[in-house]
Design a protein around this ligand. Sequence first.
Ligand code: SF4
Ligand code: SF4
Length: 413
Amino acid sequence: MSSPEARFVAREKLLTCVHCGLCLAACPTYVELGMEADSPRGRIHLIRALEEGQLVPTPEVIRHLDLCLGCRACETACPSGVEYGALIEAARPYVERFRPAPARWGRRALAAVLTTPALRRAAFAPLRLVGGARWVRRLARRLGSPWLAYVAALPGAARAPGLPAVPEPEGRPRGTAVLLTGCVAETAFGRTNVATARLLQRAGVRVVVPRGQGCCGALAIHLGAAERARTLARSLASVLGASEADWVVSNAAGCGALLREYGSLLPGDPAAAAVGARARDALALLAEVGLPPPSRPLACTVAVHDPCHLAHGQGVRAQVWELLATVPGVRLVELEESEMCCGSAGTYNLTEPGMARRLLERKLDRIAATGADVVAAANPGCILQIRAGAILRGLRVRVEHPIDLLATAHRLP
Ligand code: SF4
Ligand code: SF4
């Protein structure tokens, strides 16, 4: 029998796991640690025992769940269709109240800073003043400091050109997209948002950029702050859902994956259901509507890293290759384990720096083996993580969003 207070997840979702173990080799934490409790199958077993009241959330149990990246590689590998992402997202808020108070309040404060626009901008402002500076890069390397390396990996504070309210399409109109500007993306990667709007324009898409969007809630979900995530999602859905656009577009893989789940995150909310049904990753939409081939050659070798929430969360991989293959001068090379997490995973590199670093080193080993001069990664978190690792290792590789590479090849500002 389940204890009433332990009913936090739909039981039928737990029962779809047949314990075959076919997901184990895809799980980064299992691959690194070789422990059943740090595998998808082991964690499903723990979540089920918690749900049935046979286990209490001891620090050890919480530890195994915390080490999960939420990367959903296990979902791609699972032949039984287990919705692992939904299971871990239900378990995180449940175990939150069993943490010691300082840890609980620390995580709440992090969620508040990252998802409140004024607090986030205030936190990022001093970091961006020195972001990208050569001396910070050198200092990070000399001290071997991952935190300084993240600062050095941030784009500089130069202002991105402003986004026009409604960029009109070039050529034959293909439809209308409302663009999610994001929170961390909007604060640190404003240029990528502008490039996204310009590329969509070029592909014949009218782009609407509503003001006052706020955060989608993905970072709050990573931290187990489910109520905060729902509040943020409700507010964003009312802003994005107000337009009659054909698509809701995001260039950040984590945000895009959550937008697609808005219907189940907010059952009974028509605006959320509409956003979920229309959500598209920007690269997937560009490939779908057809972006004209670019004219400017980029003479470089590019390795593509597949962000978890793009590859596993949205099933988008081939489209990135297709688009980059149209750029004259670009040589695409295979990256071994391209779909394995780099350790960024939302806020994971802040809350679990040890495992995040192990996975980053693994990723850098494989990047170095390609000999590529550019790594394309369609998620701001992955870009910062891999850039920071490359700085610390002294690896001469640029890490860019594919949107920015395409915008350069299209001679867009
Ligand atoms: S999650 Fe899927 S692949 Fe993994 S053990 Fe369960 S049924 Fe097998
Ligand atoms: S989400 Fe990722 S880290 Fe978590 S169990 Fe699945 S494969 Fe492992």
